[in-house]
Design a protein around this ligand. Sequence first.
Ligand code: IPM
Ligand code: MN
Length: 353
Amino acid sequence: MGEKVQKIAVIPGDGTGPEVIREGLKVLGAVSKKYNFKYETKIFDFGGERYLKTGKTLDDSDIEELKKYSAIYLGAIGHPQVKPGILETGILLKLRFSLDQYINLRPVKLYNANFCPLKDKKPEDIDFIVVRENSEGLYKGMGEFQDKGTKDEVAIQISYNTRKGVERCLRYAFEYCRKRNRKKKLTLCGKTNVLTYAWDLWQRTFNEVAKEYPDITTDYAHVDATTMWFVKNPEWFDVIVTDNMFGDIITDLGAMIQGGMGIAAGGNINPQGVSMFEPIGGSAPKYTGKNVINPLAAICALGMMLENSGEIKAGKAVEDAVIKIVQTKLKSLAAGKMGYTTTEVGDLVVANI
Ligand code: IPM
Ligand code: MN
């Protein structure tokens, strides 16, 4: 990379989003100097406040504008005065779908055993990554009401899975597992025993693609059992691939075993297009404006963004600095309990770059 200027679209968004993004940009400034790469940022005001003022979520022209960037750095979307669903579908899911960010990548990595709610689990026991399909399944929004409002009402919500959509996700997961080069084990997390259409397609495609990756050990776990193993034997996992809904659920549990939402980051990846990186914790309205929220999830998301755009060393440096302060400085990863303010945690990361 080096000479190529990274053009980053920044969407601080709602609640504590702007506070954590501010710290992330501070770290970006420091790491770009150290590793000598150039970048530009442009701030976009998409979010709840703008929606309340203008009634707008995200227009198609906004999407076209965002396509001009190398990556998107997102804080949080969600506003207490806006009815649930409007901003989520109108902004977050619209971004993911319109930019065809078909992979949601969520590392689950414990940096300090003291912050793990599981007894006797150490950092080496919790180090896996979830590859969540991010464009289909139950999130597709397909379905209908029948006889709405009557006592015979039926609500139908369809899980939509295409061979192409499933296959591209599985291929990404196999490739990722190979590149990661750890246990080289890929676990398909599904529900073949009940959801016999969707998971039949997933399982068949998984088995077929697996033939092209003889170096990868494959495994299967039902989603309910997966949540059990996350608690009992998280060390069994290396890379997990699953659909949109199951991925949403298991990665919240994953965030808890790695120390909480304060540290959990994710990337919405379009390998051929514009990807978007975000802390996964949401807008945390009750902590807004207090300078107490943990910015590390946003800073880890920044690290993922750098790695994804080819600034591997810079991304690694960000992660290493986070590990350092999580192991030596922070009292807790929870908002208000870190022993430092949001700003101070950002400063500590910068000091360790
Ligand atoms: C997440 C969030 C979103 C999702 C919501 C806010 C739409 O929970 O990123 O996991 O369900 O994907
Ligand atoms: Mn979620």
